[in-house]
Design a protein around this ligand. Structure first.
Ligand code: PLP
Length: 327
């Protein structure tokens, strides 16, 4: 047969169902709007972000927990013994869980929370798979999340761009001007950024990504390879100076270098005194017993930071004698 030459390009989608929203939580809500998913029994990791629980609780989802160990890994035997319809897996800081020893339960769904990853691939063996990310977590995008799914989602209609976005964009621009020495003050941009976060935290509706997000997305993916290599180099610097605080090699898209410390909050407070503000991944959750939650300090890997800035952070941490604080 002679292949037709010209005309419209043929295209076979890698994943049959694709959706975009403003945030990871909107993507999760989009999934749960489908009664087929909100009525299932979920198995969640005991190391997770409170936002996930808030959204699941909003939809009255029934869930139980499995343990995450120090290497940020699950125990396949525990998963295989558990009863669930939806297995919720988090790709911590860019590392994926190993699915090879997980017994596939007929009809079960794998829900992959890839908030730290720029893109997700459907795993080989799972016919029912949904993955989502959060671009605002890993890039300069003010909002944006993608959902990839092997099953269609009968979610509700999405609203236009969310109101938190304009505050985030204004705050980001003010911060850029301030850092470039073009005026403004710290208090001013922080107020916008925090106000934006408050609006996002109050939001329960599902929104489409903003046009600023779509525009910046082009730039983000265009420069992704360069960003990868900077992050891998920063990972190596942390690794060499601080040792292996988590027993894992650099993931494909490293976002943070994880340290497990006995007193994470004291170290965070001491760093803040030196103008180093590290987020807690994640604050402890009532009723969730995971140990990692309390001890994790995640050091940023980000092309925005120069080698000397990373080095300064490393030197401060080395002086703090983390070996004594680590478990
Ligand atoms: C593991 C995880 N899942 C989901 C979310 C929700 O993502 P977003 O903040 O974009 O709504 C977060 C956010 O903190 C998270 O850390």
């Amino acid at each position: 047969m002679i292949r037709p030459f010209g005309g419209e390009p043929p295209f076979q989608d890698r994943v049959p169902h694709l959706y975009t929203t403003d945030s990871g939580r909107s993507s999760l809500r989009l999934i749960l709007e489908d009664p087929c998913f909100s009525t299932k029994r979920y198995l969640l990791p005991d190391y997770l972000c409170g936002t996930v629980l808030e959204v699941l609780d909003q939809y009255g989802v029934v869930y139980d927990f499995y343990a995450i160990g120090d290497g940020l890994r699950w125990d396949p035997e525990e998963i295989n013994r558990a009863k669930y319809d939806v297995l919720y897996a988090i790709d911590y800081f860019g590392w994926k869980q190993d699915l090879s020893a997980i017994a596939l339960k007929p009809g079960s769904v794998l829900l992959e929370d890839g908030v730290f990853l720029p893109y997700l691939e459907p795993p080989d063996r799972w016919p029912h798979w949904i993955g989502f990310n959060s671009l605002r977590k890993i890039s300069p995008l003010p909002d944006g999340s993608m959902v990839w799914s092997t099953v269609p989602l009968v979610g509700k209609k999405m609203e236009g761009p969310a109101s938190f976005v304009s505050l985030k964009v204004r705050g980001q621009r003010k911060k850029a001007a301030f850092l470039a020495g073009c005026g403004g003050c710290e208090k001013d941009y922080l107020a916008d950024l925090q106000h934006g976060e408050t609006l996002l935290n109050r939001q329960q509706s599902i929104h489409a990504p903003s046009s600023v997000a779509v525009g910046r997305m082009m730039d983000f993916y265009r420069k992704l390879e360069v960003e990868y290599s900077v992050r891998r180099a920063q990972f190596a610097v942390y690794e060499q100076a601080l040792g292996r605080f988590v027993d894992r090699d650099a993931p494909e898209y490293p976002c943070f270098y994880p340290l497990l410390l006995e007193d994470r909050d004291a170290v965070r407070a001491a760093l803040a005194l030196q103008q180093i503000y590290l987020p807690a991944h994640w604050p402890e959750l009532e009723g969730v017993r995971g140990e990692v939650q309390r001890r994790m300090l995640a050091l940023p890997l980000d092309g925005r930071f120069s080698a000397s800035e990373v080095q300064r952070l490393v030197e401060i941490l080395v002086r703090m004698d983390l070996q004594g604080a680590a478990v």
